[in-house]
Design a protein around this ligand. Structure first.
Ligand code: GRF
Length: 214
């Protein structure tokens, strides 16, 4: 059973997709052992409690320095003894010490087709604002492993979403979540829990990739 620690900062719709996926068995052989948030007001914490999952919050504001917060963050994560850490709408800069403590065991969902519209400053609604500003015709979402960079780790899954001419950043964000994020994040967790995902020379290899129905 793959032990998941899920890090959240906002509404938690991606967390909910994981909870629902485990409950309806589209995600097999995995359990969420802890939900962590840096934001006391995150509704994602409420979703965790409603699902009977340990919900832990540590706010950077409560620590004298960012280093103090990062040490506590790492300590809390280690206490959960996770096999995989999932960043699901997590707006924290992940400290190098956390990446080093869990090499190849942290994944993130990003609301664009990396390497487009990603990196510093590209999070939440800002991503979709820039997508519409640029006038691209296709966007989507990406699940990737987390390394020391920002949105730079090996890509696991991606799913495209067509842009409509009447889209607003809000309508586009919603459709990218519905059509892409909430599908590929649970799928990526299920594939990892099934032992079908490996990293070879910086690229992800998925066993029987052709069988995947995105
Ligand atoms: C969403 O915009 C998602 O694309 C990004 O974080 C935001 C909040 O997601 N990953 P959630 O509803 O908290 O999962």
């Amino acid at each position: 059973m793959l032990r998941l620690a899920v890090c959240v900062s906002g509404g938690g719709t991606n967390l909910q997709a994981l909870i629902d996926g485990i409950n309806n068995k589209t995600i097999k052989n995995a359990e969420i052992v802890m939900v962590f948030s840096n934001n006391p007001g995150a509704y994602a914490l409420e979703r965790a409690r409603n699902a009977g999952i340990e919900a832990v919050c540590r706010s950077p504001k409560d620590y004298p320095t960012r280093d103090d917060f990062n040490r506590e963050f790492l300590s809390v994560l280690k206490s959960a003894e996770p096999d995989l850490i999932v960043l699901a709408g997590c707006l924290l800069n992940i400290p190098p010490a956390v990446v080093e403590a869990f090499p190849g065991r942290i994944i993130n969902i990003h609301p664009s087709l990396i390497p487009s519209f990603c990196g510093k400053g590209f999070y939440g609604l800002h991503v979709h604002e820039k997508v519409l500003e640029r006038g691209v015709r296709v966007t989507g979402a990406t699940v990737h492993f987390v390394d020391e960079g920002t949105d730079t780790g090996p890509i696991i899954l991606q799913k495209a979403v067509m842009i409509r001419q009447d889209d607003t950043p809000e309508s586009l964000q919603r459709r990218v979540m519905e059509e892409a994020e909430w599908k590929i994040l649970p799928m990526a967790v299920d594939l990892i829990a099934a032992g079908r995902v490996s990293i070879n020379d910086g690229h992800v290899v998925i066993d029987r990739y052709e069988d995947i129905d995105l």
